[in-house]
Design a protein around this ligand. Structure first.
Ligand code: NAP
Length: 257
């Protein structure tokens, strides 16, 4: 977890509850910390890294926040349903759902794992959350420019299956906007360039030496984890943009959508 100033005004989320998928580490962990600092009761979700999730929860409880830790592989529908039951029991409902967890570059996974996690599981999580989302709730889907713009701007071959699966997930979620709006739920996609210091960026750099420096040069600068997480946290609070999209940082080298 990176130490930075708060992303949100103190107390702005008092009495609200927020679940961030994949919040044991990386961008998700910093996002959940910003919510807790703003007064929210939070849910930390992880797949494997229970000790990290528990350590983060202990830190957030020291801030005075309530923090529920739920291990659930999002590709497991029963585990997702149990997670939502646990949230309902703990907090009585949900005001913010951040769909942050992502994957597909892990070794030893089934061939369709990227699509299963980045598209199907995102819809599963949102559908499972719908009954407990309160009026005025906000859903935020986190993605990368490399995925958001994949139809018009090619990316590195190692990342292409992930990018295509994440864009398919974004499209499947966007299809649900009318239903969400009829329920009083706002939906925002937050897209960012490669983020310095993440495992994904490190893996891509290993496969393509110089990739990060080259993106930094094209974009002017790259965001770090804490900075990007702050944008994700603000997307949960700021008015929903008319196109439901919050592009973070320079997009000059990405064409169209
Ligand atoms: N990294 C970048 O450069 C970059 C750039 C732009 C946008 N983004 C977006 O930001 C988001 C977070 O990226 P990140 O780099 O912070 O990710 P990360 O470090 O790889 O963290 C992924 C998180 O997702 C969890 N997770 C993975 N598979 C899961 C599953 N099947 N079920 C439940 N949880 C699962 C992990 O939990 P465990 O650790 O317990 O497995 C971890 O908490 C992603 O949506 C990504 O596309 C990233």
């Amino acid at each position: 977890m990176t130490e930075t100033p708060s992303a949100l005004p103190a107390g702005v989320l008092a009495g609200r509850s927020a679940l961030v998928t994949g919040s044991s580490r990386g961008i998700g962990a910093d996002t959940v910390r910003y919510f807790a600092e703003a007064g929210a009761d939070v849910v930390i979700n992880f797949r494997n890294k229970a000790p990290r999730a528990e350590k983060l929860a202990a830190q957030l409880r020291e801030l005075g926040a309530q923090a529920l830790v739920v291990g659930a592989d999002l590709t497991d529908k029963d585990a997702v349903a149990e997670m939502m039951d646990a949230v309902q029991r703990a907090y009585g409902g949900l005001d913010i759902l951040v769909l942050n967890a992502s994957g597909g570059m892990e070794a030893g996974m089934a061939e369709d794992y990227a699509l299963s996690l980045n598209r199907d599981a995102q819809v599963t999580v949102l559908r499972a959350a719908l009954p407990i989302l309160r009026d005025g709730a906000r859903v935020v889907f986190v993605t990368s420019h490399q995925a958001h713009f994949i139809r018009t701007t090619p990316t590195m071959p190692e990342y292409e299956p992930v990018a295509l699966s994440k864009r398919a997930g974004e499209d499947a979620l966007r299809d649900l906007i009318p239903e969400l709006e009829s329920r009083g739920v706002g939906f925002v996609v937050v897209s960012g360039d490669m983020i310095e210091g993440t495992i994904t960026a490190t893996l891509l750099e290993r496969a393509n030496p110089g990739a990060i420096a080259s993106r930094r040069e094209s974009a002017g600068r790259l965001y770090n984890v804490a900075e990007f997480a702050a944008e994700v946290a603000r997307a949960a609070v700021d008015p929903v943009p008319p196109d439901h999209t919050r592009l973070v940082g320079d997009t000059g080298s990405f064409a169209g959508e």
